[in-house]
Design a binder for this molecule. Structure first.
Ligand SMILES: [Zn+2]
Length: 329
């Protein structure tokens, strides 16, 4: 609710800033598929906190320009990253300045260098043909990976960290490892607004790089317990607790079916294919980016079978590309 008592925005999902509570804003990027992430801005008394940046410098520059009427009187003093995936931190350097802190969980701070922007740039330049090329271009082709140099985090924490944004409290709660090693959600108890980072993909299929999946399910349960009025996901439109329950149910279903496939002696590839077929008959069938099931099933397999070595990232992208091509073809 805004101070005038209207419901949040007009329920539409359009690019740009939307005030979700008095002085609390989401920055949305439809359609929420690969790389099209959301961010947040908390404007306090004389200073603001930015929650996540975007996948490249031009997109982040545009976002900061759109925020300028709010951040000129209340400059960004803290930049929080919910996790280390590039679509949430590659724009960080544009918010740097004297007295600006970069705040992340210690595990996220450690992961910032794991996938440099140059690696994604090389993938876009190098994979142009065939199914893998079509997939890589679709996922990453729209972005500009040049000139990116993510600054080191200046404030790191484990567990919980309370951030003051000009008199407004933002509770940072580490819920990872789940989607990545160091996932954090940002909770504003007075405003009852929650920024979920990539614990919440709304209308799109979650992808689990790290796990364990039980942590991710617990994170969804925690969000339901906090009972926010407004929820800003890492990808997709603003949502409510039903959106959170959808993510939880998807993960619980994939977990359960992967455990059953493992117990029956199937391979992870067979499991991913069968679960995907099963999804055709469920409420998740309309979610975008269904090829991500391949990464999630392999990550759960690692939990079930000590010593199991999942395919490397390029091999995982090839599996997703085959799936993507099948779905299109
Ligand atoms: Zn993301």
């Amino acid at each position: 609710m805004t101070s005038s008592g209207k419901s949040v925005g007009d329920g539409s999902y359009v690019r740009g800033l939307v005030e979700v509570a008095d002085g609390v804003h989401a920055y949305l990027q439809p359609d929420g598929t690969w790389g099209w992430s959301n961010a947040g801005l908390v404007v306090g008394d004389g200073e603001a906190a930015l929650i996540d940046t975007l996948f490249d410098l031009p997109l982040t520059r545009q976002m900061l320009d759109d925020m300028a009427p709010l951040t000129t009187p209340s400059p960004i003093r803290n930049v929080v990253n919910t996790h280390a995936n590039g679509d949430h931190c590659y724009g960080n350097q544009l918010a740097a300045g004297p007295g600006v802190d970069f705040v992340a969980s210690a595990a996220t701070a450690d992961e910032f260098d794991d996938v440099p922007a140059a690696t994604l740039g090389a993938m876009v330049a190098g994979f142009t043909d065939g199914d893998l090329g079509a997939f890589v271009q679709s996922a990453f082709g729209p972005f500009d990976f040049s000139g990116i140099d993510v600054p080191e985090a200046t404030v790191t924490f484990t567990g919980r960290h309370e951030l003051d944004a000009g008199g407004r409290t933002v509770e940072l709660i580490e819920v990872g490892p789940a989607h990545t090693a160091g996932d954090v959600i940002a909770w504003m108890p007075s405003e009852r607004v929650l920024f979920g980072g990539d614990i919440l993909f709304i209308g799109g299929t979650p992808i689990m790089w790290a796990g364990p999946v039980g942590n991710w399910i617990k994170a969804c349960d925690l969000i339901v317990e906090l009972d926010p009025e407004v929820i800003v996901p890492g990808h997709g439109p603003l949502t409510d607790l039903d959106g959170v329950r959808g993510v939880r149910d998807y993960l619980a279903m994939v977990q359960e079916m992967t455990i059953a496939a493992h117990a029956a002696g199937a391979s992870p590839k067979d499991a991913a294919r069968d679960i995907d077929l099963h999804i055709n008959g469920t409420r998740f069938a309309g979610w975008t980016d269904r090829e991500r099931i391949w990464v999630t099933v392999h990550a759960i397999w690692r939990e079930l079978e000590p010593g199991f070595e999942p395919p490397d990232v390029v091999a995982l992208f090839s599996l997703m590309a085959d799936d993507f091509a099948r779905r299109r073809g």
